[in-house]
Design a binder for this molecule. Structure first.
Ligand code: PMP
Length: 394
C-alpha cells in the first residue's frame, strides 16, 4: 500500500490556528506569574539531559535547593514532575507495604498523602482537624506512641486552609519514636521560615510554581541520612520505577558512582527555569524573602479587614503569608465573586480546595507577585466585586 492509498484523518482546525494565551494576574494559590528572567531561562536552547553542562546546571540546582531548604543533605534533587511527584516519591521510597504511617490531616494535602500511602499498601493512621486547625506537639507525640509509624507526614503551608503549621520540636518527637518526618512545603517555601536541618526534618519537598515563580513541573526534594538509610535498605523495591530513588540518586550524581546511567529524560527547560528561580531566591536571601512575604501579607490582611471581611485563620502567627484565606462573606455566592473578578479584572483568586470548598476564598501573592501594588490591585478588585455582585436576602 502506498501513502496515497491510505486514508488519513485531517488535523482538527484548532491545530491550524496560532496558540493563544491570555494574560492573567495569577493571585490564587499557584501557579504564580513567572518573571521574564525565569521565562527567558526556560526559553534557552535545549541541550541533552546527559550532557556535562546539564549535569553542571543540575549541580547548581542542588546547591540552590540546599540553600532554600537550609540543609546540607547530599540526597537533594529536583523531581521531574509537580509537587505530587515529590509527594509520591517520598512515600513510595520510604515506606514498604504493611508498614505503619501517620498522616496529619487538616486540609487536602494530608488527605492526598493518606490516599497515596494507602494505595501502596501502607497501614495508614490519621490525626484529624477540620481546615484551619493545627496539631499540638502533645497530640502528635500521643499518636506516634500509639501507632509507632515509620513515617509521619505534616503540611507546613496548608494552602487549602491558609495555615502555616508550627514546626518546632516536631522532628525531635518523631526521632524519639524512631519515626521519620516528612514535610510538605509546596506553598510555604520562601514565604515562611523553615529550616530543614535545624528542625530535624527528614524529607522535605516543594513545588516550582509558587514562591519560586518557576513554571509548574519540577519539584525540589531532599532526604536526610536517616531517610537514606531507611530507603536504601528496603526488602522490597518501590512500586514506581520512575520514582525509584536508587535510579534518581544516580541521575543526580548523588550516589557517589563515577558514571551516570540513563534513567529518564529530565525536563531540560524546566530545570533551566528552576535553576534561575533558585538563583533569584539566593540573591534576595531567604530571610529577606520571608520578611517581605509577611510584610505584604499584613498589608493585604489589614485591607481585607477594612473591607469588612473576616480572615479564616484568626491567629496571625498561624496565617500562611503566601496564601490568605478569607471566610466567604455572608450572603454572597463565592463562585459569582470569582467569576466577576476574573472577567472584569483578569485576576485569578480561587475558592477552597477539598474540605475547605465553600468555606473560603483564597488570595495568593507569592515571590514575584508579592508586592504592595498587586495587593492593592487585589483589594480593589474584591471591593468592586462586593459592590457589583448580587447579595442574596437570605
Ligand atoms: N502541597 C501543597 C501545600 C500545595 O499547595 C500543592 C499545590 N497546590 C501541592 C502539594 C501539590 O502540588 P502540585 O499541584 O504541583 O502537584
Amino acid at each position: 500500500m502506498t501513502v496515497q492509498d491510505q486514508s488519513i484523518n485531517f488535523p482538527n482546525t484548532c491545530m491550524l490556528r496560532p496558540l493563544e494565551v491570555p494574560f492573567r494576574y495569577l493571585f490564587g494559590p499557584g501557579p504564580s506569574n513567572v518573571p521574564p528572567r525565569i521565562l527567558a531561562a526556560g526559553g534557552r536552547p535545549i541541550i541533552g539531559h546527559m550532557h556535562s553542562e546539564m549535569f553542571g546546571i543540575m549541580n547548581d540546582i542542588k546547591k540552590g535547593i540546599q540553600y532554600a531548604f537550609q540543609t546540607s543533605n547530599n540526597m537533594t534533587l529536583a523531581m521531574s514532575g509537580s509537587g505530587h511527584t515529590a509527594m509520591e516519591c517520598a512515600v513510595f521510597n520510604i515506606v514498604e507495604p504493611g508498614e505503619s504511617v501517620l498522616v496529619a490531616i487538616n486540609g487536602i494535602w494530608g488527605e492526598r498523602v493518606a490516599e497515596i500511602a494507602e494505595r501502596m499498601g501502607a497501614k495508614v493512621h490519621t490525626l484529624f482537624k477540620t481546615p484551619g486547625g493545627h496539631f499540638t506537639n502533645a497530640e502528635i507525640e500521643q499518636a506516634l506512641a500509639k501507632h509507632k509509624p515509620v513515617l509521619f507526614f505534616l503540611t507546613h503551608g496548608e494552602s487549602s486552609a491558609g495555615l502555616v503549621h508550627p514546626m518546632d520540636g516536631v522532628g525531635d518527637i518523631c526521632h524519639k519514636y524512631n519515626c521519620l518526618l516528612l514535610v510538605d512545603s509546596v506553598a510555604s517555601l520562601g514565604a515562611a521560615p523553615l529550616l530543614m536541618d535545624q528542625q530535624n526534618i527528614d524529607i522535605l519537598y516543594t513545588g516550582s510554581q509558587k514562591a519560586l515563580n518557576a513554571p509548574p513541573g519540577t519539584a525540589p526534594v531532599s532526604f536526610s541520612e536517616r531517610a537514606c538509610h531507611k530507603m536504601f535498605n528496603r526488602k522490597t523495591k518501590p512500586v514506581s520505577y520512575l520514582l525509584d530513588m536508587t535510579h534518581l540518586s544516580n541521575y543526580w550524581g548523588n550516589d557517589g558512582k563515577p558514571e551516570r546511567i540513563y534513567h529518564h529524560t529530565g525536563p531540560v527547560s524546566g530545570f533551566f527555569a528552576l535553576r534561575e528561580s533558585l538563583a533569584i531566591l539566593a540573591e534576595m536571601g531567604l530571610e529577606n524573602s520571608w520578611s517581605h512575604h509577611t510584610e505584604i501579607a499584613e498589608y493585604l490582611w489589614k485591607g481585607l479587614e477594612d473591607l469588612g471581611l473576616k480572615l479564616f485563620i484568626k491567629d496571625k502567627d498561624l496565617r500562611l503569608p503566601s496564601v490568605t484565606t478569607i471566610a466567604i462573606p455572608e450572603g454572597y455566592d463565592w463562585k459569582e465573586l470569582l467569576a466577576y473578578i476574573m472577567k472584569h479584572h483578569r485576576i485569578e483568586f480561587t475558592g477552597g480546595l477539598g474540605p475547605s470548598v465553600g468555606m473560603v476564598l483564597r488570595i495568593g501573592l507569592m515571590g514575584y507577585n508579592c508586592n504592595k501594588a498587586n495587593a492593592a490591585m487585589a483589594l480593589a478588585a474584591l471591593e468592586d466585586a462586593l459592590k457589583q455582585c448580587r447579595k442574596s436576602k437570605a
